[in-house]
Design a protein around this ligand. Structure first.
Ligand code: ADP
Length: 333
């Protein structure tokens, strides 16, 4: 399978403010031939945290070691990873919030003093030995920053919160990825696909991957590439995936319909909605809900999620669930 990943800061689309800041830090670290500051990326899965870590390493010409929180479940494992680092290396820990507290504590001195405190023996006879570590950069990534201890968060000098992408940014990513994979998608069609991408590059790229299979199956062209995709072909593809003119997928509609039918329009808690839709809480929280909120179809209140006027109107238009009189009543309240 071919993966797409922008290799340099200039190739990375979106996250303008983060890119501008990173450019400044990368340039100054290069000039001073220094260690890049410890950096914390916060954002939903698929927004580009790993990609940015790879770009930092590429731009600085440094080694990047990638690991993740669930693997670092024992102090010994973390100590082995840290002692294997070389001066200037970048250690990327994905899902850093999943590192157990005792291991998180090891990171405090590792990040601040570039040292590892090892306790040998137990009780009164136990003593602590300090091992020096090479100067390195830690890049942590998470979508649950609250689950990281405050002392760990405080030790990151740079903290970036990645936003969901605009439809136009995803459209540009789609066009670029399409080109890399040998087919051309025009701006209008790319925008239709972008709307279904939920503001997340990984979702958008998954859709292009499906589009590629669809094109290959339906109009196999030369081995050089698949050429330009016609609007008819494109619309057939959207229909096949059940993506409507709003960019809503069957999962989105399932959320709206469940809110309407089973919870009377809400408010409903996320776990009840997850149970009824059979979509995981994690996916609801990071993929579907943010997109539906951005479209103004649902809203988050203190008591739970509710269907908005716009949400009712969408269902009315799509499914004629209630008479237009009832719809009018609902909206005039
Ligand atoms: P995360 O680490 O936040 O889960 P990744 O960095 O693994 O996300 O990105 C997921 C996918 O989306 C990768 O294939 C990556 O190349 C792509 N991607 C992420 N951000 C961008 C971007 N700004 N431009 C183009 N592709 C991107």
């Amino acid at each position: 399978m071919v993966y797409y990943r922008p290799g340099s800061l200039s190739e990375f689309i979106g996250q303008k403010r983060i890119k501008e800041e990173l450019f400044i830090y990368i340039s100054s670290v290069k000039k001073r031939n220094d260690i890049f500051p410890h950096t914390f990326f916060i954002g939903a899965p698929g927004l580009g945290k790993t990609t940015l870590a790879k770009i930092i390493a590429y731009e600085l010409n440094r080694n990047l070691k990638i690991t993740s929180g669930p693997i670092l479940d024992k102090t010994g494992t973390l100590a082995a990873v840290l002692t294997n680092l070389k001066e200037g290396d970048i250690l990327f820990i994905d899902e850093i919030h999943r590192i157990p507290k005792p291991c998180q504590e090891i990171l405090y001195t590792a990040m601040e003093d570039f040292a590892l405190d090892i306790v040998i023996g137990k009780g009164n006879t136990g003593k602590t030995i300090r091992l020096n570590l090479p100067k390195f950069t830690l890049i942590g990534a998470t979508n649950k920053p609250n689950l990281c201890s405050a002392p760990l968060r405080d030790r990151f000098q740079l903290i970036f919160k990645l936003d969901y992408y605009t439809d136009e940014e995803l459209r540009d990513i789609i066009i670029k990825v399409g080109k890399t994979w040998g087919f051309e998608i025009d701006k209008n069609n790319a925008l239709k696909l972008a709307r279904a991408g939920k503001g997340i590059p990984r979702q958008a790229i998954n859709l292009i991957r499906k589009l590629r299979e669809f094109i290959l199956l339906n109009s196999p062209c030369s081995s050089k590439g698949y050429g330009k995709i016609s609007s008819e072909e494109f619309d057939r593809f959207l229909k096949l995936l059940d993506i409507d003119e709003w960019g809503l997928t069957s999962e989105d509609r399932k959320c709206l319909l469940t809110l309407y039918k089973e919870f009377n329009g809400g408010p409903v808690g996320i776990s009840s909605l997850a149970l009824s839709t059979n979509i995981s809480t994690e996916e609801l929280e990071t993929i579907y809900e943010p997109a539906l909120i951005r479209l103004g179809l649902i809203a988050r209140t203190r008591r739970g999620r509710i269907l908005t006027q716009k949400g009712y109107l969408y269902l009315q238009k799509k499914y004629k669930l209630f008479s237009s009189n009832k719809a009018l009543c609902l909206f005039s309240n």
